[in-house]
Design a protein around this ligand. Structure first.
Ligand code: HEC
Ligand SMILES: [Cu+2]
Length: 475
């Protein structure tokens, strides 16, 4: 039945989804050449056949020519791609046991056409090598088209995500840092979504089955290279994201030692903000722009959560003196925002919000002064608050001890010796000028240009008056 060459056939792969076909062949083979003459193996699917063609390296493949599951063209393309000696035997039971044997190395184009039984195909004249090259070029072309489509679609979707305003304004340094990570996520989402969608829709459109083709179609399973690629690449991405996220988290939590402290008390269903440096309390959260604020937060009752969407960061607030939570925010954009409670905390949870006003330094001082003058009746006492809130105390003591600047103690009404040797009596006008224009008179024994020169912009007239009252009181 089979015309074998001088080489002994060692490995025989039988490809048929029909178990009887395989069993029958096995028997014929054994009867003819005796059991043990060959190693037989059964492949009952197309994928199985193709993968075994590579991995098991059979010398002879016996193909059930009537089996529609064994896609002829697909099999032929795989059969011809190597120079390793291999023969294929096509057996058709329907054509009353007709058998044809082909050798992969000596196969002619005419034989291939014969095999495929597609005489009226326009490619009938092309050689096997040409067909193979065409097949390769064809798939490269598909990949290039799909690649370009994925790039274009990713760019489009990413742009849409950016333009759709999913995220509110970035009003704090922390928001900028968090949005960097968000942006990367949006990009990856757009890319992976399009990678899948474009492949699916391209395949549906381009590789649609021809009318009347009822075959199961070509398929394969277990491609080790592909599996390694789609495991390793996501692994690298996830690890990189973890590093990137950790780095930005550290930056989000960075501590500025000059941060302004605000104590936040949450309760069903309101917020209260206390500025210990200024000695004031407020229902609104006023924040000077470009200065880090340290929120120290506690709850009077249940769990609440501090959240200003424009700042991005969020912190749960727990009841109990030993469970005070901290959050650092550096506002960078002046404007009016809202703090929301982000933890379901009872009936009016949804209404638990307060105004957040990010303002410039001068406006902040004005607002604070308004509250201080209401809260504190005594001008000298208010002055003390301003001196503490504006950092004067880091250079000026109240007890006569010398710091970077002269002590405020006893200075009012004294004779102050200046750098040029002249003397001036320290009255209210002198003190005012010393605060607003520090370099107008420089006190002897102290360096000029050390005291900040911008208090005129920061302090209101009333605040300066109060500070003078406070300095007067120190004697
Ligand atoms: C960085 C340090 C520094 C800070 C902060 C600072 N000063 Fe001064 N201040 C000085 C120095 C140094 C002098 C002395 C040299 C001079 O007269 O400019 C001075 C001088 C003065 C004088 C004149 C004192 C005297 O003995 O004649 C007054 C009043 C004064 N400062 C008020 C203030 C007030 C009020 C603030 C806060 C709103 C303030 N300073 C913040 C360093 C500082
Ligand atoms: Cu709440």
């Amino acid at each position: 039945m089979v015309k074998t060459n001088s080489r002994t056939v060692k490995r025989v792969l039988i490809a048929s989804a029909n178990p009887l076909f395989a069993k029958g062949l096995e028997k014929i083979y054994g009867d003819k050449w005796g059991k043990g003459a060959a190693e037989l193996s059964l492949a009952n699917s197309m994928g199985d056949t193709l993968s075994r063609l590579e991995s098991w390296k059979p010398d002879l493949v016996i193909v059930d020519y009537d089996d529609r599951a064994i896609h002829r063209e697909e099999f032929l393309t795989h059969f011809i791609v190597s120079n390793r000696p291999m023969q294929v035997m096509l057996v058709s039971l329907q054509a009353s046991g007709e058998v044809v044997v082909y050798d992969r190395r000596t196969m002619t184009p005419a034989q291939a056409e014969d095999w495929l039984n597609l005489p009226e195909q326009p490619t009938a004249q092309t050689s096997i090598t040409e067909r193979r090259e065409k097949h390769m070029k064809g798939s490269v072309r598909h990949f290039v088209i799909v690649g370009l489509l994925v790039i274009a679609a990713t760019a489009g979707l990413y742009y849409l995500l950016q333009a759709s305003g999913l995220l509110p304004a970035k009003a704090a340094i922390q928001a900028v840092l968090i949005d960097e990570v968000f942006d990367l996520y949006f990009f990856l989402m757009a890319f992976f979504y399009m990678l899948i969608a474009v492949f699916v829709f391209y395949s549906i459109a381009v590789f649609r089955a021809k009318k009347g083709d009822n075959s199961a179609g070509a398929y394969f399973h277990s491609n080790t290279k592909l599996e390694v690629v789609w495991t390793v690449i996501p692994l690298i991405i996830v690890v990189a994201l973890a590093f990137y996220g950790a780095r930005n988290l550290a930056a989000v939590r960075a501590v500025d030692p000059d941060a302004m402290l605000v104590k936040v008390t949450a309760g069903q269903w309101s917020w209260q903000f206390e500025y210990p440096e200024l000695g004031i309390k407020s229902k609104d959260l006023y924040l000077p722009v470009n200065r880090q604020v340290l929120l120290r937060m506690t709850s009077r009752d249940v769990i609440h959560s501090f959240w200003v969407p424009e700042f991005r960061v969020k912190q749960d607030i727990l009841p109990g003196a030993n469970l005070v939570k901290e959050l650092r925010i550096t506002p960078i954009k002046e404007g009016a925002y809202k703090v929301l409670c982000a933890e379901l905390c009872g009936g009016a949870h949804a209404d638990m919000n307060a105004n957040v006003m990010v303002v410039n330094q001068a406006e902040f001082q004005k607002w604070a002064a308004g509250l201080v003058s209401k809260a504190v009746k005594e001008p000298a006492e208010r002055g003390k608050t301003y001196v503490e809130a504006n950092g004067c105390v880091s250079c000026h003591s109240a007890d006569g001890s010398r710091l970077t600047g002269p002590s405020f103690f006893g200075v009012y009404g004294s004779q102050v010796e200046l750098l040029d040797g002249s003397k001036v009596s320290a009255d209210a006008a002198y003190l005012r000028k010393s605060i607003l224009e520090p370099n107008a008179h420089v006190v002897k024994g102290y360096a000029p240009n050390v005291m900040p020169g911008d208090y005129a912009k920061v302090l209101t007239d009333e605040q300066v008056n109060d500070i003078i009252e406070y300095i007067k009181s120190l004697k």
